[in-house]
Design a protein around this ligand. Structure first.
Ligand code: AMP
Ligand code: MG
Length: 341
């Protein structure tokens, strides 16, 4: 199969919508990361997503809609006051809500769960494609399973070349980490996966918030993941990664010492302001702010693979704001190797 990479215009949207209506899979940009989309009502189409990614069948997908009216055919039961407030505050945007599912959502989407995850993206390309297809689109991140999520069309092509017919190029993703997954079916906003909508933003929308207890640690043996995707080794570069956390001068000293044992094949991920602390060692500049680190993280992990990095040393970011999502992803990429100095 030839995979076309197309800028978003009337012609490519029409072609992509036809593919989706015919039961096919399309690569699409969103504000979080690129997704692999198919009709959430078409069991065979959804199975093709799992096949293209090599994704385990027990890891459910998020359904993407472009207007509230399209939520109701997907769900069952009343919307809670808290869900209403969250939808009003953060849709369209990088927030996914869990609902009890209707029978119309095919079982492959939810991996057999009785609940469905729904999001209304803000990316104009994603919205245009959903509108044009007239379908709710089940879409996981567009990476091969286990690899960091793609944040550009080019990275999507690297993983999906020959596996899907078309990728819409909507530029680099603005958020860079996947959506915040929230279960507010029982009132409190229970954050199952941190993302672009931060706990403080949820509180500011006057909804009580609690963090799932497994966000920053590996699951214990036999423990069930509230958000199934979090149980997999995820976002992993090929090289072994370690995160260093603490006072910035001490972090730099510890990283330099570890780096020098490796020399060739070692790579440092740090913010722009810390580059000077590493005395010419090989660094990837992750940007000035934590938001920049979020936007650059997955691409940096993929760059590390391209450079053949065998050891990756990353400086921690503060677990506030979008930093919680960044550290959640970095910790998984590092298989939870975090050194406090
Ligand atoms: P991805 O699209 O690759 O970002 O993965 C979507 C993630 O959303 C899954 O890995 C789950 O962690 C989460 N998710 C999807 N559906 C549900 C659900 N019904 N309940 C809880 N988490 C879900
Ligand atoms: Mg993913």
């Amino acid at each position: 199969m030839i995979t076309k990479l197309c800028p978003i215009d009337d012609g490519s949207l029409k072609e992509a919508a036809e593919i989706l209506k015919g039961g096919g899979v399309v690569g699409m940009p969103t504000e979080t990361v690129y997704g692999l989309a198919a009709s959430a009502f078409d069991q065979e189409a959804v199975k093709s997503i799992f096949a293209a990614k090599g994704r385990p069948g027990d890891n459910p997908l998020i359904v993407h809609i472009c207007r509230e009216a399209d939520l109701y055919p997907l769900i069952r039961g009343e919307i809670t006051r808290e869900q209403r407030m969250l939808m009003d505050a953060f849709w369209p945007g990088p927030m996914t809500l869990i609902f009890d599912k209707s029978d119309r959502v095919c079982p492959a989407v939810t991996a057999g769960l009785d609940t469905v995850a729904v999001r209304m993206p803000s990316h104009p390309g994603a919205r245009a494609l959903i509108r044009r297809s007239g379908l709710p689109l089940a879409a996981p991140s567009a990476n091969l399973s286990g690899k960091p999520s793609p944040t550009t069309a080019q990275r999507t092509l690297e993983d999906m070349d020959g596996r899907i017919p078309l990728i819409l190029d909507g530029g680099a993703c603005q958020v860079g980490v996947e959506s915040t997954v929230i279960d507010a079916r029982h009132g409190v906003a229970h954050i199952l996966r941190p993302g672009g909508v931060t706990p403080d933003m949820v509180k500011a929308a006057l909804v009580d918030v609690e963090l799932d207890k497994s966000l920053m640690r590996p699951l214990e043996k036999g423990e069930k993941a509230a958000s199934p995707g979090m149980k997999y080794k995820h976002y992993a570069p090929k090289g072994d990664m370690t995160i260093y956390r603490g006072d910035r001068e001490r972090v730099a000293k510890a990283i330099c010492a570890a780096y020098d044992q490796w020399g060739d094949g070692a790579l440092i991920l740090c913010k722009t302001g810390d580059m000077a602390l590493f005395g010419g060692r090989h660094c990837v500049d992750m940007g000035e702010s934590t938001g920049d680190v979020a936007r650059n993280l997955f691409d940096a992990l993929r760059d590390a693979d391209d450079m053949g990095a065998r050891r990756i040393f990353a400086t921690a970011v503060e677990e506030t704001g979008v930093g919680l999502a960044v550290m959640n992803r970095m910790a998984r990429a590092a298989a939870f190797r975090i050194v406090d100095v």
